[in-house]
Design a protein around this ligand. Structure first.
Ligand SMILES: *[C@@H]1O[C@H](CO)[C@@H](O)[C@H](O)[C@H]1NC(C)=O
Ligand SMILES: *[C@@H]1O[C@H](CO)[C@@H](O)[C@H](O)[C@H]1NC(C)=O
Ligand SMILES: *[C@@H]1O[C@H](CO)[C@@H](O)[C@H](O)[C@H]1NC(C)=O
Ligand SMILES: CC(=O)N[C@H]1CO[C@H](CO)[C@@H](O)[C@@H]1O
Length: 523
C-alpha cells in the first residue's frame, strides 16, 4: 500500500470543490455539527443541495481509495432540493434532520433506486417491498439518503476467515487513520465514511460489536441502542434477540440527533419495539447533552478489559481520562469484574453462537421470502450462489463456514433453548447484579471489548473517541448500561467528549492530476 505524505486535507477539498459550482466554498463542512448546518440552512448561507453536492463530491474522490460506500443515491440531489423547497415554503419537517445527508449501511432496505445487499452480489437486483422502519422514520424527518455504506459482507456472519470491512461489492474498506489498521466491522463503511467526511452521519447495525468496534477503530461516535428501541423491520437480519440499528456520527450530539429520529414503535417489528417504547423519554434524547453530565455518576471500571502494558499509550491515555472523569465529578468504582466474564465474552461458551446460528437461518429465510423480487430466496440458495460465484465472492479463499453451520440448524430446539436460558442467567448474575450491587450508572471498558456483555443482554452502549495508538490507529472508550439507560449513557458520553475533545479528523492528502488516488498521510 502506497503511503505518501502529501497535501493537507483542505487543499484537496478546495481543488475537489472547484468542480462544483453549487457548493458554498467557504462553509466549514468538516467542522460543522448538524446543529451548525441547521442554523446555516436557517440563515440562508447554506442549502441542502450544496451540502449534498459536497458529500457526493467527497465520495467521488475518496471512495476509490477508502471503499466506504457501495452506491451513491442517484436521487440524492432531488431529495436535497425537496428539503430546500420545503424549508422555503415553510413546510419544513420538525427536528434537526431536515435536509441532512445520511448514509445507510447496506443491510438497511430502502424502497428506491438503491440496492440493499449486505455487500453480496447474491442480493444485487433484489427489490424490497418497502423502506426499512428506520429508513421511513428518517424520510419522514426530511433527510437526504446519500447512499449505501459498505460493510463486512453479511455482517460478518458467513465466513469466519473473511477480513473485517471486506465485501464483494464494495471491496476492502480502509481505516482512514492508518490503512494498515483494521477498520473493524461490520458497520465498517458507515464509520469510515463519517470519519473521512463523506457523510454527515450514518446508520449502522449491531448484533455483537458491529457499531461499537468500527466507531472505536475510526475515531467516531457510535450508539448501540437497547434491542427494540429501534425497529429492525427491513434490515437484513442475524438475530431478532440481539440485532439493533444505531447511529454513527462525528460527535455525540450528531449521533443523538439521529437516535432521536429513529427510535419508537413500528408495527412491523411490533413485539420488540412495543416493549422498548417505554424507554423513549418524553422530549427526546437531546435534553441529555449536558456538559456537566459526569457529575455524581457512578462508573464501574471493568478491570479485566483494561489489560494494557504499563507505559503503553493506551494505559497512559485511559489513566488520564479517569482523572478527567473524577475532576468532572464522577465516582469511579475501580477493579470491578462481571461474574463469569470469560464465559460471557466467549460466544462458544455463553451459548451465543448456538443461538445465533439457528436464529440467523430462520430470520434470513423470512427476510428473503418477503422481498418483492430476489435472485435468492433462502440461505440454501445464497450458499449455492456463493459456490457458483466463488471468484467474486471469494468463497474459494474464505469458505462460508458460518453459513454452512447455520444451514445445518433446524429451528429453536432444546440446544438453542438451553443456550438462551444460559445467556439469561449470565445476564442476571453478570451485568444486572453488578450494576445493582454497586449502584452503577454505567460500566466503562476500552474499545468494543464488552460488546458480547452488551450483545447477549440486549443492552445499550456508546463508543466515544478516546485516543490514538502509537502508529496513529484510533481507539475508543465504551460506556454500557442496562436496558433503556440511553439517557444516562448520553449524559456521560457527552460530558466525557466535551471534557476530553479527542477526535481529530484523519489527515487525507490529494494528488493533483491523479484524482482517483487519495493517499493516506499518517496522523
Ligand atoms: C449562518 O450560520 C452559520 C452557522 O451557524 C454561521 O457560520 C454564519 O456566520 C451565519 N451567517 C450569517 C450571515 O448569519
Ligand atoms: C457560504 O457560507 C458562509 C459561512 O457560513 C456564509 O457567510 C456565506 O454567505 C455563504 N455564501 C453563499 C454564497 O451562500
Ligand atoms: C442496483 O443494481 C442494479 C443491478 O441490478 C444496477 O443496475 C443499479 O445501478 C444499482 N443501483 C444503484 C443506485 O447503483
Ligand atoms: C463468579 C460467579 O458468579 N461464577 C458463577 C459462574 O457460573 C456458575 C454456574 O455455571 C456459577 O455457579 C458461578 O457462581
Amino acid at each position: 500500500m502506497a503511503r505518501v505524505s502529501l497535501l493537507a486535507c483542505f487543499v484537496f477539498l478546495l481543488i475537489a470543490l472547484m468542480d462544483s459550482k453549487s457548493v458554498n466554498m467557504t462553509f466549514d463542512y468538516a467542522g460543522a455539527s448538524i446543529a451548525d448546518v441547521q442554523s446555516a440552512f436557517a440563515n440562508g448561507s447554506l442549502t441542502s443541495l450544496q451540502l449534498t453536492q459536497y458529500y457526493l463530491t467527497r465520495i467521488e474522490y475518496l471512495n476509490h481509495y477508502l471503499h466506504a460506500v457501495i452506491e451513491a443515491n442517484p436521487d440524492a440531489l432531488h431529495e436535497a432540493e425537496r428539503a430546500d423547497r420545503n424549508r422555503r415554503f415553510g413546510h419544513e419537517h420538525p427536528g434537526l434532520l431536515n435536509g441532512i445527508p445520511i448514509l445507510l449501511k447496506d443491510n438497511i432496505a430502502t424502497s428506491d433506486r438503491l440496492n440493499t445487499t449486505a455487500g453480496s452480489f447474491a442480493l444485487l437486483g433484489a427489490v424490497a417491498p418497502r423502506d426499512a422502519g428506520v429508513a421511513r422514520f428518517l424520510r419522514d424527518a426530511g433527510v437526504v439518503i446519500l447512499g449505501k455504506a459498505s460493510m463486512s459482507e453479511w455482517a460478518h456472519f458467513w465466513s469466519s476467515s473473511a477480513p473485517s470491512g471486506w465485501c464483494a461489492r464494495g471491496g476492502q474498506g480502509l481505516n482512514p487513520y492508518d490503512t494498515s489498521a483494521d477498520p473493524c466491522g461490520s458497520s465498517s463503511g458507515s464509520a469510515i465514511a463519517v470519519a473521512a467526511g463523506m457523510a454527515a452521519v450514518a446508520l449502522g447495525t449491531e448484533t455483537d460489536g458491529s457499531i461499537l468496534c468500527p466507531a472505536s477503530a475510526n475515531s467516531v461516535v457510535g450508539i448501540k441502542p437497547t434491542v427494540g428501541l429501534t425497529s429492525r423491520a427491513g434490515v437484513i437480519p442475524i438475530s431478532p434477540r440481539q440485532d439493533t440499528v444505531g447511529p454513527i456520527g462525528r460527535t455525540v450530539a450528531d449521533a443523538v440527533a439521529v437516535l432521536e429520529t429513529i427510535v419508537g414503535y413500528d408495527k412491523r417489528d411490533a413485539e420488540a419495539t412495543a416493549s422498548a417504547a417505554g424507554f423513549v423519554p418524553v422530549g427526546g434524547y437531546r435534553q441529555f447533552l449536558k456538559k456537566e453530565g459526569l457529575m455524581g455518576k457512578r462508573l464501574g471500571i471493568l478491570k479485566g478489559f483494561f489489560q494494557f502494558a504499563d507505559g503503553s499509550s493506551e494505559a497512559k491515555v485511559f489513566a488520564a481520562h479517569f482523572r478527567v472523569m473524577q475532576e468532572k465529578g464522577a465516582i469511579l468504582m475501580d477493579k470491578l469484574e462481571i461474574a463469569n466474564e470469560s464465559e460471557i465474552v466467549n460466544p462458544f461458551l455463553s451459548g451465543e453462537e448456538t443461538a445465533l446460528l439457528a436464529e440467523f437461518k430462520l430470520s434470513i429465510n423470512a427476510y428473503l421470502s418477503d422481498l418483492l423480487t430476489s435472485p435468492v430466496r433462502s440461505l440454501a440458495q445464497v450458499i449455492a450462489f456463493n459456490k457458483k460465484h466463488s471468484a467474486e465472492e471469494r468463497t474459494a479463499e474464505y469458505g462460508q463456514d458460518i453459513f454452512l453451520r447455520a444451514e445445518n440448524t433446524d429451528g429453536i430446539g432444546s440446544a438453542e433453548r438451553d443456550a438462551i436460558k444460559r445467556m439469561a442467567e449470565l445476564n442476571a448474575w453478570g451485568l444486572e447484579r453488578l450494576m445493582k450491587e454497586k449502584r452503577l450508572d454505567a460500566v466503562v471498558a476500552p474499545d468494543s471489548s464488552i460488546s458480547s456483555v452488551l450483545a447477549i443482554g440486549g443492552y445499550p452502549g456508546i463508543s466515544v473517541p478516546a485516543g490514538y495508538a502509537h502508529a496513529g490507529a484510533p481507539f475508543g472508550i465504551c460506556f454500557g448500561g442496562l436496558k433503556g439507560s440511553e439517557p444516562v449513557l448520553i449524559e456521560i458520553a457527552y460530558a466525557f467528549e466535551q471534557a476530553t475533545n479527542v477526535r481529530k479528523p484523519p489527515a487525507l492528502g490529494y494528488v493533483e492530476g491523479r484524482r482517483s488516488q487519495i493517499f493516506y498521510n499518517g496522523y
